[in-house]
Design a protein around this ligand. Structure first.
Ligand code: GRF
Length: 203
């Protein structure tokens, strides 16, 4: 069975969805850069090891990332799952986990990278929004796409109502993508393309 480590910064609802999906993986630890991340107590209640690496204790991103890497690697994960982890990671960190570091982003990438994605989508007037699971590469919110789900934008949507519907889809596709990895069905080709073997429809 594969081992995963999940990184969070806050509420951790994606982490919770992954735990509740009962995937054939060993969730070795949940690590946060904030001691007050509410998701930590949920993980503890499920008997999952938790760690805090507070970015404010480090002078540079490199020093923070080095400690984070050390903390993660102690659990020997096959896959590192960013689930609402709100720190930009250095190239050295990303390269260390090449092909085994994934993220969920609340937009249909490559549209709307960065923060405030729901505001960005409403401002742009798109009719279709959604979320993306992708392998992490040094360029933030880029990287080979593993899965996406669409959400129709309604005329009276606010960032909050849109975020709520997108989150439902996040909770569906993130566990699904990790299941593919767990079942050895998800691979990244040397030219950076994602292959999923025997993909079933996500709809
Ligand atoms: C999610 O929308 C995720 O896509 C984004 O931050 C939010 C985190 O939510 N990067 P949660 O902590 O998983 O509840």
């Amino acid at each position: 069975m594969k081992t995963i480590v999940i990184l969070i910064s806050g509420r951790g609802s994606n982490m919770q969805a992954i735990v509740e999906a009962n995937l054939p993986v060993h969730i070795a630890a949940v690590i946060s850069n904030r001691a007050d991340a509410s998701g930590l107590s949920y993980a503890q209640s499920k008997g999952i090891a938790t760690r805090v690496v507070d970015h404010r204790n480090f002078d540079t991103r490199e020093a923070f990332d080095a400690r984070l890497m050390q903390t993660i690697d102690a659990f020997k994960p096959d896959l590192v799952v960013l689930a609402g982890f709100m720190r930009i990671l250095t190239e050295g960190f990303v390269n260390h986990y090449q092909g085994r570091l994934i993220n969920i982003h609340p937009s249909l990438l490559p549209a709307f990278p960065g923060l405030a994605t729901h505001e960005q989508a409403l401002k742009a007037g798109v009719k279709v929004h959604g979320c993306t699971v992708h392998f992490v590469t040094p360029k933030v919110d880029h990287g080979p796409i593993v899965a996406q789900a669409e959400v129709a934008v309604e005329a009276n949507d606010t960032p909050a109502t849109l975020a709520e519907r997108v989150l439902i889809e996040e909770h569906r596709i993130y566990p699904q993508a990790i299941r593919w990895f767990a079942e050895d069905r998800l691979t990244l080709t040397p030219d950076g393309r994602v292959n999923v073997k025997d993909v079933e429809t996500l709809d």
